[in-house]
Design a protein around this ligand. Structure first.
Ligand SMILES: Cc1cc2nc3c(=O)[nH]c(=O)nc-3n(C[C@H](O)[C@H](O)[C@H](O)COP(=O)(O)O)c2cc1C
Length: 216
């Protein structure tokens, strides 16, 4: 970041989009949400890819797709910073569905956030979530709810996707009122489709708009 961007960044409101992704689909959803935030003036999106620091390298290296994707994602996205989560005006968290739950790197984000809870840093901030899953009814909604539980403990205000977004009524694409979702297949090789990405943009735009309204 050059000096001017750093200066601007300090004064601009931002939505922190914090995600983990193994094969890149959740990352694609995160980018669509950032595009939605970008449709609103006076607030920015900042993306952060939570690094997996505890899976042994030999397990990652045994899966060529995982290894390649990890290197690409780490090169493309800034790493998660706890201070940025504290300073953000809103938080949107994204995880691949893991047995109907959030992935461990994101659970670890919350395990590091006890001080934020003690300080009340996240109270009255908007929180939202998104996910990707392999199968159509694979636990998308429980995964979204799993990310909301710590947000509620932190005093955050949860924003889902209202049915004014009529793409929620699609019988083919994913997306839920609990938050955007994408169904990406057993091998994670079917990227989010246009309906799923559109619902993700809607959430980004909504969180940005609600955040500005709350702050004004
Ligand atoms: C340990 C593990 C557990 C998973 N559990 C589920 C599950 O409960 N339901 C499901 O539909 N997909 C499940 N999947 C598939 C992932 O959700 C899917 O690969 C992921 O959403 C792809 O996102 P990514 O490209 O961002 O990594 C699981 C995958 C792994 C590795």
């Amino acid at each position: 970041m050059d000096n001017l961007s750093a200066e601007v960044g300090r004064f601009c409101m931002y939505t922190y989009i914090v995600f983990y992704s193994r094969y890149g689909n959740t990352a694609r959803m995160a980018e669509a949400i950032a595009e939605g935030v970008g449709e609103v003036n006076d607030i920015q999106a900042e993306l952060a890819y939570v690094r997996d620091t505890f899976t042994p390298a030999k397990i990652i290296e045994a899966d060529e797709g995982w290894k390649t994707s990890k290197d690409l994602l780490e090169a493309r996205f800034p790493a998660f910073e706890l201070d940025k989560m504290k300073e953000a005006d809103a938080l949107i968290m994204g995880s691949p569905t893991r047995f109907g739950n959030m992935a461990a790197p994101l659970k670890n984000v919350w395990d590091m956030a006890a001080n934020l809870w003690m300080e009340g840093s996240l109270i009255d901030k908007i929180g939202a979530a998104f996910t990707c899953a392999g199968s159509l009814h694979g636990g998308q909604e429980t995964t979204l709810l799993s990310m909301y539980l710590p947000m509620i403990h932190q005093g955050m205000l949860i924003a889902g996707v209202p049915y004014s977004e009529q793409k929620l009524l699609s019988t083919t694409g994913g997306g839920t009122p609990y938050g955007p979702s994408a169904t990406v297949g057993a091998m994670a090789d079917q990227p989010p489709d246009e309906t799923e990405l559109a619902i993700a943009r809607t959430l980004g735009e909504r969180v940005a708009r609600l955040t500005l309204a709350l702050k004004s």
